[in-house]
Design a protein around this ligand. Structure first.
Ligand SMILES: [Fe+2]
Ligand SMILES: [Fe+2]
Length: 178
C-alpha cells in the first residue's frame, strides 16, 4: 500500500474510532425500535418527518454552527448523540401527548449509559435535548441553542408543499444558511 493511502486509512480509522459511541448508539436495539415506531406513526404525516435523516441533518448543522462560532468545548460525539436522540420520544408524544423533548431525554438516558458516555457528558446531552424546542428562550445551554437552531435549518422548506399550513415556516427558511 502506498504511503499516502496508508495515512488516509489511518486517518479514517482514527475518525471512526472518535465516533465509535455514536455509531454504537445507532446500532442499539432500543434506538432502532423507537425510530421504527416513529416511522410507522408518521406514515401519513404531511409535515417534516423525524427519521434518521433528520437526526443526521441536525447533527451536522449543530456541529457546523458550533465550529463556526469557535465553540470547541463540546465533544463532537456529544453533539451528534444529542442530535440523533433529540426526537426519539416523538412516538410517546403521538401516543400520550407528553412533550417529546422530555420523553426523548428520558429514553436517551439508558441509551447513553449503555454506550458509555460519561455522566458529565450525559447531563449536558440531556439538557440539550430538553432545550431543543425552546428556540426563543434566553439562557439556553450552548448545546440546547445549537440543537434548537439546527432543528429549524435541517428542513427543506423551499420545496415543501405544505408551507402554508406549517407553524414553523417563514420566508427566511427558503434560504440556505447551513
Ligand atoms: Fe423535536
Ligand atoms: Fe427535530
Amino acid at each position: 500500500m502506498a504511503i499516502g493511502q496508508r495515512i488516509r486509512c489511518l486517518e479514517l480509522g482514527n475518525i471512526l474510532q472518535s465516533m465509535s459511541r455514536v455509531n454504537r448508539l445507532l446500532e442499539h436495539q432500543d434506538y432502532i425500535c423507537y425510530m421504527e415506531k416513529i416511522d410507522v406513526l408518521e406514515k401519513e404525516r404531511l409535515f417534516c418527518k423525524h427519521g434518521f435523516e433528520h437526526g443526521l441533518n441536525v447533527a451536522r448543522i449543530a456541529y457546523a454552527y458550533l465550529l463556526e462560532r469557535g465553540e470547541l468545548l463540546l465533544p463532537k460525539e456529544s453533539v451528534y448523540a444529542a442530535a440523533f436522540l433529540h426526537d426519539i420520544g416523538r412516538w410517546v408524544e403521538y401516543q400520550t401527548g407528553e412533550d417529546h423533548a422530555e420523553a426523548s431525554a428520558r429514553l436517551a438516558l439508558p441509551l447513553l449509559e449503555a454506550c458509555r458516555f460519561s455522566s458529565d457528558d450525559i447531563q449536558v446531552i440531556l439538557k440539550g435535548i430538553r432545550e431543543h424546542r425552546r428556540h426563543h428562550e434566553e439562557n439556553l445551554t450552548l448545546l440546547g441553542a445549537a440543537l434548537a437552531l439546527a432543528d429549524d435549518w435541517a428542513r427543506d422548506c423551499r420545496h415543501c408543499s405544505v408551507q402554508a399550513q406549517c407553524y414553523k415556516y417563514n420566508q427566511a427558511m427558503n434560504q440556505v444558511v447551513y
